[in-house]
Design a protein around this ligand. Sequence first.
Ligand SMILES: C[S@@+](CC[C@H](N)C(=O)[O-])C[C@H]1O[C@@H](n2cnc3c(N)ncnc32)[C@H](O)[C@@H]1O
Length: 306
Amino acid sequence: MSASQDNWGVDRSDDDTWDIVSSVGYTALLVAGWRALHAAGDHPLVRDDYAKHFIAASADPFLNGALADPDPSEGAAAFPRLYGVQTRFFDEFFSSAAGLGIRQAVIVAAGLDSRAYRLRWPTGTTVFEIDQPKVLEFKVRVLAEHAAEPAAERRDVAADLRDDWSIPLREAGFDTEVPTAWSVEGILPYLTGDAQDTLFSRITALSAPGSRLGIGALGSCLDGDRLTALEGDYPGLNLSGGVNFSTLTYDDATKAKPAQWLADHGWTVDPVRTNPELQGDYGRIPHQVDIDLDEIMHSEYVTATR
Ligand SMILES: C[S@@+](CC[C@H](N)C(=O)[O-])C[C@H]1O[C@@H](n2cnc3c(N)ncnc32)[C@H](O)[C@@H]1O
């Protein structure tokens, strides 16, 4: 049995930790698996060619099986496509920030995000990656084994986002005087409402004027019955490797809506888009399964300027 299957069902605690095959850490591997599947499919919107290396190195049977023998069904492409769209959103976010002259980036809850290696960063850019230590160690080790080189000055910030991560971030050389491009991808469901507010407050306090913030938010208050029904309509849709998200995420109905929080705290927020709307922007017609899925996931892609 894989470690990913061993560790489910644990309740969260305020100071829990994980590696790449346990608890919240496995979600980083899972979404890397979706990126790898999307890259291997027909007409990908974006290619993360490092993602497959993480899956191989993990030896996780579910994700390695899914990659070795991809399910050709309509449902099985949906989560990989959702993440392909999201990956493109953040790739374009960073490239547009670079176009604005921003040379400092922070990838919050970086997981197995390979943008520090994959994107064409302008000379002089520093990319800080924040996540739990074992997650970052795994990423750096696997990429080094494949002789991958960062394409910017990359700095690890091994920290828990529920603690004051601004201290290790500054110690790693973060400059509060220059504008920053921040990505917040795939983390909000794993934080309580209070922890989410604190995260946004810290980002705001550290953001010099002109900073940009990109957020990809999928709902944590998912309607389990509707998802089960959709899985019935689209066999293969459930590509979660046995993850029971309800044991990992905080289903807090009072959580602030990210765009509203930012607007209330001095950010100028661009129009919010959903995952199917982004597909339209990328010249694709969303499949019906994507539209149905989004009615459950309630995706929101937010960009804002400080
Ligand atoms: C779904 S993964 C997303 C990873 C990455 N942003 C991506 O989209 O590929 C969630 C990530 O959040 C990180 N994470 C969740 N809670 C955290 C916390 N309290 N402190 C540090 N990292 C955290 C996990 O370690 C994991 O890498």
